[in-house]
Design a protein around this ligand. Structure first.
Ligand SMILES: CC(C)(COP(=O)(O)OP(=O)(O)OC[C@H]1O[C@@H](n2cnc3c(N)ncnc32)[C@H](O)[C@@H]1OP(=O)(O)O)[C@@H](O)C(=O)NCCC(=O)NCCS
Length: 258
């Protein structure tokens, strides 16, 4: 158990479920707004928006209402896609691993789920962060964001001479996956994310894992900065499936040898 600045990092207990699920929803859905703003400003999407406006003007004989409606529909589509990426992920996870955290993350000594608990007033505690480790389950991660598992759109590199699937399967049982790295917004930038990651890495080392893998998205800039600062290296970038492409979100895989 680690303790610092009144925050204790400990193993998950059954009574934590409501707070942990609320933290998971809040932190994951929090990516929708920055992802939407990024999609709106993306040069390709600006070009497409102009194309939509010009096409609407030509087809409607210059009706401003039709042009405004077409632009609003485009903006609505981008918001829907960004919502679908993160909202869809939350929906899926609440039906799978997060539906029974103890069964999924605490049923084997090689897995664990931690919570960071802060004392906010005398005797009153609140969960302000989480992190989890499971065994890497093969080429498609257990906790991929909606659409991540698609083979379509793999943009870049596996390590030289290694196929994306063969390496993890060969090493099954020795490769860990880091999950659910979440810190409540008001508690960020105080070193808690780093402490949670360190807790998970120490566990991976003690359990004899040779490598730790994680997946995140291109809009999760804080998480990417944290992982890279802790020695994780980018190994794979995937685009989302074609229908989700205007969201301009990529899925990144990062790895760290132990
Ligand atoms: C990612 C997250 C866990 C970081 O938690 P945190 O407590 O703020 O992280 P720390 O204070 O320990 O920061 C550690 C390092 O990460 C980097 N970092 C963290 N937040 C950052 C930000 N907003 N911008 C740039 N770098 C950032 C910095 O390198 C920082 O070191 P420094 O403070 O010495 O500069 C938190 O922002 C979060 O919960 N985000 C939303 C959920 C998420 O995206 N999780 C990842 C799932 S894959």
């Amino acid at each position: 158990m680690a303790q610092d600045q009144g925050i204790v990092i400990r193993r998950y207990r059954g009574g934590d479920q409501v707070e942990v699920l609320s933290l998971f929803r809040c932190c994951t859905l929090g990516h929708i707004r920055p992802a939407f703003l990024h999609a709106l400003r993306h040069p390709d999407n600006v070009g497409l928006a102009l194309g939509v406006a010009v096409a609407a003007a030509v087809l409607s004989g210059g009706s401003l209402w039709v042009v405004a409606g077409a632009c609003a529909a485009w903006v609505g589509l981008l918001l829907f896609l960004c919502w679908e990426v993160y909202g869809g992920y939350v929906r899926e996870r609440l039906r799978s691993d997060m539906a029974d955290i103890e069964a999924h993350f605490l049923s084997h000594p090689d897995k664990c789920f931690w919570v960071a608990e802060a004392e906010v007033a005398e005797g009153s505690k609140v969960i302000v962060g989480t992190v989890a480790v499971t065994r890497w389950s093969g080429g498609v991660a257990e906790g991929e964001v909606r659409g991540h598992g698609e083979k379509e759109g793999v943009q870049e590199r596996c390590r030289e001479g290694e196929s994306e699937r063969e390496r993890p399967e060969q090493e099954e049982g020795r490769v860990a996956e880091l999950f659910r790295m979440l810190v409540l917004p008001g508690w960020r930038r105080g070193g808690l994310g780093r402490r949670l990651a360190q807790t998970a890495l120490v566990f991976c080392s003690e359990r004899g894992y040779s490598r730790v893998i994680l997946q995140t998205t291109s809009t999760q800039v804080a998480a990417l900065a944290l992982y890279r600062a802790m020695g994780f290296q980018d190994t794979l970038t995937r685009a989302l499936p074609l229908t989700m492409r205007p969201a301009r979100i990529s899925v990144l895989r990062l790895e760290k040898p132990m």
